[in-house]
Design a protein around this ligand. Sequence first.
Ligand code: MRU
Length: 371
Amino acid sequence: MNIKGKHFRTIWLKEGENTIVQVIDQRSLPHKFIIEDLKTVDEVATAIRDMHIRGAGLIGATAAYGMYIATLEAAKADSFNDSLITSVEILSATRPTAVNLFYAIKKQLDAIEKGNTNQEKIDIALSMAIYIADEDAQFCKSIGEHGLKIIQEIALKKPGETINILTHCNAGWLAFVDYGTATAPIYAAMDAGINVHIWVDETRPRNQGARLTAWELKEHGVPHTVISDNTGGHLMQHDLVDMVIVGSDRTTYTGDVANKVGTYLKALAAKDNNVPFYVALPSSTFDWKIRDGVKDIPIEKRGGDEVKYIQGMHEAKIKKVLLTPEESPAANYSFDVTPARLVTGLITERGICAADEKSVLTLFPEYQKSI
Ligand code: MRU
């Protein structure tokens, strides 16, 4: 997407330096735009774990480039395979919920295995990293085209009126390589001349909505309003939300959706108020093994300081301030699972389907065998 007229993706190789990966350091957004160089597997792992980059698709693409860097390091080690396996362990331990991380690492391992020499393995890993990033961008673009149809249908019922869409967290282009998932239909609707307005949940504790989604939408000129996380239910009761679109970090093939904590409560409120609740996700975010998402999707628990402190800009400096009594413990569950029964539909790169096993497998029949 464009920032001040210049096209950016969220991850790329440094110009003229094929061994350095560059990403936008999201910790300082929206106040500062900083590009970070990643040169080692440890730096890639830190960037994922400490959320310099975040969001399911981008975590996957970064892990894919991390695997390419892992082959460069492995070629200098005593044993290529031992070094590669250590890197896989380091990268796999960074964030447990986003399944794109494991999708990308597995795809890389399957590909690298086919190389005969170290140089061949390096070349294959580079091509695969580029492929995974391009695939992510293409998936998101297609999600936008399919999701646009839902917005067009709502617009037909409210001619000339603004369509109000509520979203949670950041499932925008910053969470992927380009376009985003929840935002892709929004950008497509803007391009189609539909008046949209977005309610942006601030998304405590890290405020990805207030900091990142608001910034993205502002940069793209999309009308939006940031709301505190508890506002959605009230807006729905007063007909101020036409639809909800959220992203996902992992969705079971039965349609249970893991997404940023708080999503489940929005889905409950949407159900109670007959507001359509859509989840936009690429096929790389499906978990083809887990049947019961509430029971079996691992939910990341992060440090309590993310809840106790809040970050913002003060006198031109990014600062953190303490919100709670210093001594109060805080719990930080990063995700929750919205059961399939609360989901109106899944918007994927292949089209829209109901959140149930039969519909998901009709759209993605090739995964039947892995279940
Ligand atoms: O913890 P994060 O910021 O990596 O959370 C992931 C997300 O961006 C959201 O849950 C999002 O809605 C899912 S779509 C990538």
